[in-house]
Structure formats: structure tokens, C-alpha cells
Design a protein around this ligand. Structure first.
Ligand code: ADP
Length: 502
């Protein structure tokens, strides 16, 4: 089966969040789950990416597949094909990729989606419409040697892939390919002014309410949700939650209407990148049987951050975008009390300027127990997660969440709110009944009090080192691999392409 993954970012070439990790890990996981690389049952997975400078630079031995016809906002664009050696999780294997080479659209001074001030680029609708348009054309001969049988688009940037596919099918009156659209975060929808619809070169009817129209604007996300054959989100709980008004972002009605074609498939963690036994970014390695390396990473981390060199104080960490979604203002409110309780806290993050400043002030006020690093730093994220005892993820909503999974793998017990993928991946430790499933701490109420209630349990368990080690070992034994997800996606692809009964 020929599968095209369509995504705007990919680890390690370009990453703003968990989406890139998924794009980087899923192709290899799918190939591994399918078994033999060729023959019946095999999958040939390729990715399609916009030609951001970092992605073009990572493309090995590119060949020109096609000169793209002029489209609104761009002329002279080309489709390249090559391999992305940096994205292959197995040595000797390559991830094959199509990259849209259109410097006028993708080479910008700021980030991939917005400028240095955080404002979305004015032509984002054109930049990401082209991604969807090329994806659809790869089902019908844009590459004369390869046609996708299934297009799997991720998040709003790729959401027009199933839309252009449907338009092409309507125009040619034949089925071209199956489509899957995965929502990694419903809160980012790709909203544009209604007048910009005309520049998308889609049938007029697609701009109406049974299409992209959304409260007088157009929403790329809604287009993906409306036109894809099947929808997935990145956890079963989030798949349920987005069908309700609290987390549906106004799309809950459509999601309920499509609920028979909506499923939740939990993300995994790439073991080649996140594994305390082999992690090239930490100096001391460890596993569940021998945790002494973790204590050494913690001591080195405390020294690096200027925290008091205390093995007896639990060290809590956060690695996160600093946005309202992540609930980190609860941590800010709880920090004075956490200081009184004698815990240490270290944060790596960037985002909301007010939140960055407030965390900095808190670190300056208590340098022995609070350390804050503002910025994006992949290597430090590994040291921080490996060296901490607890990782906090108190999100208001969380489609899947990856850092709690890293926490499980590194024996850094997750303290999470019971929502979305956090609820699906962390089992709460109730101290009275410390049963065989506990892997972390879970709280319900979205408040500093809720967080502090769970902290009481963290500290009570911390005072029982044997029980702490037990929960730690269990956490480290959790299956966070991509294998179950890859199997579920493969099943879905096979049903949609008719290889398996629907
Ligand atoms: P989201 O995609 O909503 O940001 P996830 O938990 O799914 O949240 O994924 C976040 C990813 O980004 C993780 O791989 C995490 O380690 C990484 N990350 C977030 N902030 C930083 C940062 N400041 N430095 C390094 N890595 C970060």
C-alpha cells in the first residue's frame, strides 16, 4: 500500500511541538508494523512537506519530480523528491520525502507559521493550500512513478489535502485515494477571511457551511474534518472530549455528526530518541533495574542550574510551550507553597511573554530551589527530564501530550491533570491502595489547590523510597512504543483502501 503522510514539520529538521515528533516517528513505525519491506501487506510510506529552509537543507540527493503550475501567490515552484537521512530512526534506512520547493512561500525570517512577533503570515492560506493541493495531485499522476493510495494529513496545515482530493474526485468522477485526517490540536484551526476562499481554487460549494465556512470565515480544520474519509485524534479521551462544547472549539456538532468515522489513537515515543539506556544527550545512563545513573544526572542538573545539591529534595520539572492550554499558571500559583514544602522546580519553556517574565521573577526570588530557562533546547529537555523526579503536565486540555510519556520512560513520575491523552496514559497512585497499575499522579480540578492536593501525594510517596522506586519501575515498564499506534493506523488504512473489510 502506498501511503502519503502530509505534515508541516518533522523531527529533527523542524519542530515546534509534538506534531514533528509524530511525523518523524510514524513512517518507520508503520513500515515496521507492516513486516517485510516489499511484497503483499507491505507499506510504502512517503512524506510530503513544505520546503522550509531547514527541510530543503535536510533533503538528500533531491531530484525534481515536477515543475508545479502557477498557483495563487506562487510561480516557479517545484516538487522535489529525495531522502531525509536525519529523520530515519533506523540506521541504513531512509525516509523518502517529497518537498515543495517554493522559496517565496516558505523561506521567511520568523517561524514556520508566524513572524518573529508571533503574527501569522498574511499568506498562510496560500502557503498551506499548496501543501494540500500537491498532496491531492500525488494521488493522480504528479509523480508519474508513484501514486498515493491513501493520504494521511496532519493538523490544519495539511487539512486541505482531503479537500483538494475530494474536489479532484468530483471533477474526474472517479475515486482517487482514501484519506485520513488527524487532529493533533483542535485549538489551532487555520482560520482565514471568507474572501480568501476565492484564492484557494476550490469549487464554490466547498466554501459553504457543508465545507470550509465557519462563522463567516473559512476554517482549514473544518475542511479536513468535513471531507476526509476518516478522522483520528491522538488519544481516545480527546476523541470523546472534542465532541462536547467544552473542548469542541465550535466544531463539536460536526465531530458528533462524524463520530462513526472518528477514533483516537495514542501517540508513542521514538525509542531511538528517548531512552534513558541509550540517550546520547545525557551523560549517565540508567534503566529500571539500575537507577544510580539517574541520581547522577540529577546531581549534575542541580549543579548546572545552581540549585541546592540535595538528593533528598524531589525535583519537579516542566518542558512545555508556555500557553494558556498547558495550565502553567497553576504551577506559578502553587510555587510559593511548593518552596515551603522543600521541593525544587526547574522549567524549560517559551511562549507567552507574561508567563516567561513571571517564571523568571520566581526563579530570581528563590535561586536555590527554582530554576527557569526560557527558550527551546532539545538537549537540555533530555537532561531535565532525565534528572528530575517528577514532570508536571497540568493542562487545561491535552490532545495526547508527549512529555508525560518521556517522564514514564525516564522514571520521572508524571503529575498530570485527568484530561485527554494525559488521562489515557498515566495511572494515579492513591497511597492507601498503591495498586499494581500506579505510574504517576493524577488530579481533576483545574486549580492550584487541585495541583497541590496531588503534590501532597507526591511528597507522601517520596517519603516512602521503596514505594517510590516501585512506582518508578512500573512507570518505566509502560509500553510507550509506537507499535500499538502503528498497528491501529495500518488496520485503518487497510479498511479504508479495501484490503480489510470495513
Ligand atoms: P505540544 O505539541 O502541545 O506542544 P506535546 O507534549 O505533544 O505538546 O509535545 C511537545 C514536544 O515539544 C515535546 O517533544 C517536548 O519535549 C518539546 N518541547 C516543548 N517545549 C520545549 C522546549 N522549550 N525545549 C525543548 N523541547 C520542547
Amino acid at each position: 500500500m502506498r501511503v502519503l503522510q502530509v505534515c508541516a514539520e518533522i523531527f529533527p529538521l523542524l519542530k515546534t511541538g509534538g506534531l514533528a515528533d509524530v511525523a518523524g516517528a510514524l513512517p518507520a513505525a508503520l513500515q515496521a508494523a507492516a513486516g517485510a519491506p516489499t511484497g503483499p501487506g507491505s507499506v510504502d510510506v512517503r512524506v510530503l512537506l513544505p520546503g522550509f529552509a531547514a527541510i530543503v537543507a535536510g533533503l538528500h540527493e533531491p531530484v525534481v519530480v515536477a515543475d508545479l503550475p502557477p498557483r495563487p501567490g506562487v510561480t516557479g515552484a517545484r516538487l522535489l523528491y529525495g531522502s531525509l537521512p536525519a529523520c530515519a530512526s533506523l540506521p541504513g534506512r531512509s525516509l523518502m520525502a517529497y518537498v515543495i520547493d517554493a522559496p517565496s512561500l516558505y523561506h521567511r525570517n520568523g517561524g514556520p507559521y508566524s513572524d518573529a512577533q508571533g503574527h501569522g503570515y498574511a499568506d498562510n492560506h496560500l502557503r498551506f493550500a499548496l501543501l494540500g493541493w500537491v498532496a491531492a495531485r500525488l494521488t493522480s499522476g504528479l509523480d508519474q512513478f508513484w501514486r498515493a493510495e491513501l493520504v494521511h494529513a496532519h493538523d490544519w496545515h495539511a487539512a486541505l489535502a482531503p479537500v483538494y482530493l475530494r474536489a479532484a474526485e468530483q471533477a474526474s468522477k472517479r475515486r482517487l485515494a482514501a484519506s485520513v485526517y488527524t487532529v493533533h490540536n483542535l485549538a489551532y484551526q487555520g482560520m482565514f477571511a471568507a474572501r480568501q476562499f476565492a484564492e484557494l481554487d476550490l469549487p464554490d460549494s466547498f466554501g459553504l457551511v457543508d465545507g470550509l465556512e465557519f462563522h463567516g470565515q473559512i476554517s482549514f480544520m473544518k475542511g479536513g474534518l468535513f471531507f476526509a474519509d476518516h478522522l483520528t485524534t491522538v488519544s481516545p479521551s480527546y476523541a470523546r472530549e472534542i465532541q462536547g462544547p467544552e473542548q469542541g472549539c465550535g466544531l463539536e456538532g460536526l465531530l458528533r455528526m462524524r463520530s462513526r468515522s472518528l477514533s483516537g489513537i495514542l501517540n508513542g515515543v521514538d525509542d531511538a530518541v528517548w531512552n534513558p539506556r541509550t540517550d546520547a544527550l545525557i551523560r549517565h545512563h540508567y534503566d529500571a533495574r539500575k537507577l544510580s545513573g539517574k541520581a547522577r544526572v540529577k546531581a549534575a542538573l542541580q549543579q548546572e542550574l545552581g540549585l541546592a545539591p540535595r538528593g533528598d529534595a524531589p525535583l519537579l520539572c516542566v518542558v512545555s510551550r508556555l500557553t494558556e492550554q498547558k495550565g502553567l499558571h497553576l504551577v506559578q500559583q502553587a510555587l510559593p507553597r511548593l518552596n515551603e514544602l522543600g521541593v525544587q522546580f526547574a522549567l524549560l519553556g517559551s511562549g507567552d511573554a507574561g508567563m516567561e517574565a513571571a517564571f523568571r521573577v520566581q526563579a530570581e526570588a528563590a535561586p536555590q530551589s527554582v530554576a527557569v530557562r526560557i527558550g527551546y533546547d532539545e538537549a537540555f529537555a533530555h537532561r531535565l527530564i532525565a534528572g528530575s523526579d517528577v514532570i508536571l503536565v497540568p493542562s487545561r486540555f491535552e490532545p495526547c501530550g508527549l512529555t508525560q510519556l518521556y517522564g514514564l520512560k525516564y522514571g520521572t513520575l508524571p503529575l498530570v491533570r485527568r484530561v485527554g491523552g494525559l488521562a489515557d496514559t498515566v495511572d494515579d497512585a492513591q497511597l492507601e491502595t498503591l495498586d499494581d497499575s500506579a505510574t504517576g499522579f493524577v488530579f481533576d480540578e483545574f486549580s492550584a489547590e487541585g495541583l497541590l492536593e496531588a503534590m501532597d501525594r507526591v511528597l507522601a510517596l517520596w517519603r516512602r523510597p521503596k514505594d517510590w522506586a516501585l512506582v518508578q519501575k512500573r512507570a518505566m515498564a509502560s509500553d510507550c512504543s509506537w507499535e500499538p499506534a502503528a498497528r491501529q493506523y495500518l488496520d485503518l488504512y487497510r479498511r479504508l483502501t479495501g484490503v480489510l473489510p470495513a
